[in-house]
Design a binder for this molecule. Structure first.
Ligand code: FMN
Length: 237
């Protein structure tokens, strides 16, 4: 990394920008590491799908991101969720807040797949009753068969538009088209379709540890929820 401090002053360069850059340049070089995992901090979502017998499977994952009305999911190819979606391509993507981390963790060591696939980590056990074991509450969906998870502040009912193996064939990359969005009224700006970002916090999976969000730093120019539009309460029920 360069150790020269730039003295250029373009019109858009602020004192803070220059201070940040100088701070960065003065730090030691990065070190090359070989981490066993690359989970750099993404929201946890809880997937509901329908089992062969009509019961529901629940599975937490952290490989999920939204693009327009599509949510892209990364799933282990041998899990029960992938099995269910290959047969019944409907899903609810439930988004828990940080306060639900222990319930999410109660689902970390179980699979709805029987027998437990060899590819699953040692110690994983079969559990057909994911709602029972986690204490989450099943809530009927409106446009898909799998149920919603009542405790989750955001729930996306969706249909799988495409599911393809990744290059390793260990995972399935699923594109889910969102059909209906449900939100806890406590995180919605009254009378609008906007989520109040100051009232909502996802649960973040950060190198296998759970975190909530810190305070707001700022917003992008396209934000439709200007500051002060709703309460500053965090969604921590
Ligand atoms: C916080 C968290 C994040 C996870 N992220 C993923 C993920 O992104 N993709 C995945 O396939 N499994 C992920 N898992 C593991 C699955 O939850 C686990 O394999 C589970 O057995 C899947 O259940 P199923 O086989 O019943 O579908 C995650 C687990 C936890 C607790």
């Amino acid at each position: 990394m360069s150790t020269t401090t730039s003295t250029s002053t373009t019109p858009s360069t602020t004192g803070t920008d220059r201070a940040d850059r100088a701070d960065r340049d003065n730090r030691a070089d990065h070190v090359a590491i070989e981490p066993s995992i690359l989970y750099f901090g993404t929201p946890v979502v809880l997937l509901s799908t329908e089992n062969d017998d009509g019961s529901a499977n629940l599975a937490p994952i952290s490989s999920a991101w939204a693009l327009g009305s599509t949510i892209v999911l990364g799933l282990g190819a041998e899990g029960q969720t992938a099995y269910n979606l290959a047969r019944r391509p409907q899903i609810v993507i439930n988004v828990p807040g940080p306060h639900l981390w222990r319930r999410i963790e109660s689902l970390a060591g179980v699979t709805g797949r029987f027998p437990v696939p060899e590819s699953k980590p040692a110690g994983m056990r079969y559990e057909p009753d994911k709602f029972g074991v986690s204490g989450f509450t099943s809530q009927e969906s409106e446009v898909v068969i799998p149920p919603r998870v009542a405790e989750c502040g955001l729930q996306f009912e969706a249909a799988v538009a495409r599911a393809l193996p990744d290059v390793t064939e260990d995972f399935l990359i699923v594109e889910a088209h969102v059909l209906k969005v449900h939100a806890d009224p406590a995180i919605v700006i009254p009378g609008t379709n906007h989520v109040e970002p100051a009232a909502w916090s996802p649960l973040i999976y950060n190198f296998r540890h759970y975190f909530g969000l810190g305070g707001e730093l700022g917003h992008t120019w396209r934000s439709q929820t200007p500051r002060g539009a709703a309460s500053q309460d965090s969604h921590t029920r």
